[in-house]
Design a protein around this ligand. Sequence first.
Ligand code: AGP
Length: 602
Amino acid sequence: MCGIVGYVGKRNAVPVLVEGLHRLEYRGYDSAGLAVVHRGRLQITKTAGRVQDLRDKLREGVRSSVGIGHTRWATHGEPNEVNAHPHTDSSGRIAVVHNGIIENAEQLRDQLQADGVRLVTDTDTEALAHMIAAEAAQDGALEDAVRRVLRRVEGAYGLVVLDVRRPDQLVVARNGSPIVLGLGENEMFVASDVAALVRYTRQVIYLDDGEVATIRAADYQTGMTSRTPTTVEAETGDYELGPYADFMNKEIHEQPDALRRVLRGRLDDRFATARLGGINLDARQLRGIRQVKFLGCGSAYYAGQMGALLVEELARIPADAEPASEFRYRSPVVDPDTLYVAVSQSGETIDTLMAVQELKRKGGQVIGAVNVVGSAIGRECGSGVFLHAGPEVAVASTKALTNMAATFALLGLLIGRVRDLSAAGGQRIVAGLRALPEQVSRILADEEAIAAAAHRFAGAEHMFYIGRVRGWPVAREGAQKLKEISYVHAEAYQAGELKHGPLALIDGSMPSVVIVPSDDLVAKNISTIEQIRARGGRVIAVTSAGLPEDLADAVIRVPRAEPELEPILLNVPLQTLAYHMAAKLGRDIDKPRNLAKSVTVE
Ligand code: AGP
């Protein structure tokens, strides 16, 4: 996906931009480019190749205190050098980098051509460069020129504009596509992703939708009265692979530490409860909650399903989850006594953001469960719980999902303890949560056995993931993970539903992953496995229940945990299973086809 980086300040911008683009490579791209002001002129370098090719093409001795760079993922026009950003106007005054899609680009391009402008690329972005140059030709601030142009633009954008006549500044704008400012000492950075900035600064400001800002080395003006910078948790090493082949594997292995972080300071032994100060609800308000509803998309929705079970079990109040993408469109009845929880790793998913806005419009009580501090959903909610999973780079969510589920256990514990959950019950959950990081480490220590099972089943074209009650959201998330990164068709079913239709599909070519927690449904789950095998189906059992080895074609074991918490553990080997199946099939695991890490546009 496209990436933006920009710099103005005391250093030479060129290496800062190249380094920033290198940090954005993980998002996927097909071409790259940068623009700086050198000896009073725009100096543009582009390539249809990698950032390394761009580095090789750069002219020796080019220095500049200001510049913009871009990695492009083609939308309008082929992925070639001409269409690579930055784009300029005909006079070479204005250079623009842009993420997102301008929906009325055709109309804007037609108008420019009718006015005699010669367009040299197939992109939507080039139109912006010409329009901004025309407006900038009138007197006034560059920011005003950009604002006037944006009034005529429909669509999503994260934008950075460089004017050769104003080399002391950059103008940036955001509408639906993230833009973050990085504050340095007499230098200012801008990027679409903090990954490009963390090497230089951890003090950042996330722009809001509709915001336009001017940044200079010494200051920034966002048009908003006052903005408090956020300190990002990310470190440079979070964006480096280290000994791992890819980020998904790295992030799977980071889960014990990620869990330690999400639990740190949040377990209260004295009162056998959880501390979640960020949700800003006192005991009386917590008692007033009659229902909890989780809203998220994809894996965040499945984590919400795990959360709904946890809240129902621990707090004994009704809870459920719904895809935010459905909720926002169906004119939901918003109940003032329901606590809505918006769940998102990136904090930028448009459907979840829109669901939050809809809820707020209708007076709903909504908190965020978000990983990226300062992101749009977190800010829109205003209160909530941060997931502290650390930056998640791979498109497939692993450690963030695990931390979502652990966070919802904390929420269930907190609400439970102001209601009917006894101190002893609370202590059992506190101890169970505390044990999780080490239990996940034990699962991961067995990666080779899981890989062996994955290799045995990697030839399958279709797979079932079967679970009941606590195993059901685990099965759904497991199937999602396999589909996403291996492109193998996987479908999740509730065990009890098999007999009502899907059992007809079982034969030797349709393996099933059956989730067997150690709860009072073990016998029922064993019988499900037997029914599948009786019809020639092969079974991978993922279990904490000490099942005999010959019950299934492969048995993947996880440690026994407190029953309510077991979904958190049972999910981990499914990540590893999907990972090794995808690796065996030679897939591009971190960047699965057709998918983006965060879905910020419709
Ligand atoms: C997870 O593996 C997927 N890439 C996807 O379903 C993701 O969970 C979904 O797009 C929501 O993203 P978010 O958590 O950033 O809102």
